[in-house]
Design a protein around this ligand. Structure first.
Ligand code: AMP
Ligand code: MG
Length: 330
């Protein structure tokens, strides 16, 4: 069964073809460069880029999979959460195709697709229940997944998402955009405890706005002292990355202990981080807790995970949508 996945929730326009759960093609055009000078995503620019790119990406995905559009059996599209203007482009494209090709379509939750990513290409067999960790530019959440239609949020950030804070700190420190990959690259293990930063934590909920403010005050202080050079920035962002990611790791372990579920599917852009990936694998070795980490190529927003989850929901849970289905920003 060929599934077309469509992802347009933020700044990536992506289409993928999966054959059952195997990824046959996955094409993404990002409008990231157009947002760079603003140091963050501008929704209007993202929407216009989706409009320009969706048809191109769709045709490239078909070409790369070496199939015609008539071969598509199911259309799976991200319908929440995301930027509403961006979601509308993907959802309407999916509905139009569904009408024209007379094929069913299904709307999937973007965050659920992030933690479906480790199961793509039949890398692992899905065993319920499991916990999941999504850390991205817009979300930082821990879930209990009894099935893909029975998902409960156990904890989440009460303010900024972790990736968002990487981006905002890098912007304030003039290190570039997006901040996650830049800080990941600058990170120096020797400096991880140079400053002792803390993140907020209430049960399994998290807070990152305080650590962001602390980094901003450090900038002002160091600038006053004439010490805000690259070495100082490296010390500060290394200590920040360590504190933020360790808080996420420890909170995840708390959830594992509390619910006695020893499988954690992890996805989202921040899971590309080298320190975080190594740390989770190190814990896996020591404790036996399985961390199913999204392959790096599927950590950022992509349509392969959308196609994979849509295929699963349609075949295992009998879910599909009619043309009245609406995209939802949250
Ligand atoms: P997403 O929202 O899933 O598209 O992921 C984008 C977010 O992931 C942005 O906030 C990026 O800064 C962040 N990100 C990407 N790569 C890394 C990395 N290597 N380390 C930390 N954060 C990252
Ligand atoms: Mg995402």
């Amino acid at each position: 069964m060929y599934t077309l996945g469509i992802e347009t929730s933020c700044d990536e326009t992506s289409c993928a073809i999966t054959k059952n759960c195997k990824v046959v093609s996955n094409i993404t055009i990002s409008s990231l460069k157009e947002h760079k000078k603003y140091g963050g995503i501008v929704p209007e620019i993202a929407t216009r880029a989706h409009l320009q790119n969706i048809n191109i990406v769709f045709n490239l995905a078909l070409k790369s999979a070496d199939i015609t559009k008539e071969k598509i059996d199911l259309i799976s599209v991200t319908n929440s959460p995301g930027l509403i203007g961006s979601l509308v482009v993907g959802v309407n494209f999916a509905k139009a195709l569904s009408l024209a090709l007379k094929k069913p379509f299904i709307g999937v939750n973007h965050l659920h697709s992030h933690f479906f990513a480790p199961y793509l290409d039949y890398k692992r067999k899905i065993k319920f229940p499991f916990l999941s960790l999504v850390v991205s530019g817009g979300h930082t959440e821990i879930y209990l997944v009894k099935n893909f239609n029975d998902i409960k949020i156990l904890g989440k950030t009460r303010d900024d998402a972790c990736g968002e804070v990487f981006d905002k700190i890098a912007k304030a420190y003039h290190l570039g955009y997006p901040g996650g990959p830049v800080i990941d690259k600058l990170f120096n293990d020797a400096y991880k405890k140079e400053f002792s930063f803390k993140c907020g934590k209430i049960g399994l909920d998290l807070s990152f706005s305080g650590i962001k403010t602390a980094l901003m005050y450090k900038k002002i202080q160091m600038e006053k002292n004439g010490r805000f050079d690259l070495k100082m920035k490296t010390k500060l962002v290394s200590s920040f990355q360590y504190a933020a990611l360790e808080t996420i790791v420890l909170t995840t372990l708390e959830a594992v202990k509390k619910f006695k579920i020893y499988r954690v599917a992890c996805g989202g852009g921040v899971l590309a981080n080298r320190y975080l990936r190594c740390r989770l694998l190190e814990i896996e070795k020591k404790t036996g807790i399985s961390f199913l980490i999204s392959p790096k190529k599927y950590t950022g927003d992509n349509a392969a995970m959308v196609a994979g989850l849509g295929f699963y929901l349609y075949n295992n849970l009998g879910i599909k949508h009619n043309l009245k289905m609406k995209p939802e920003a949250n």
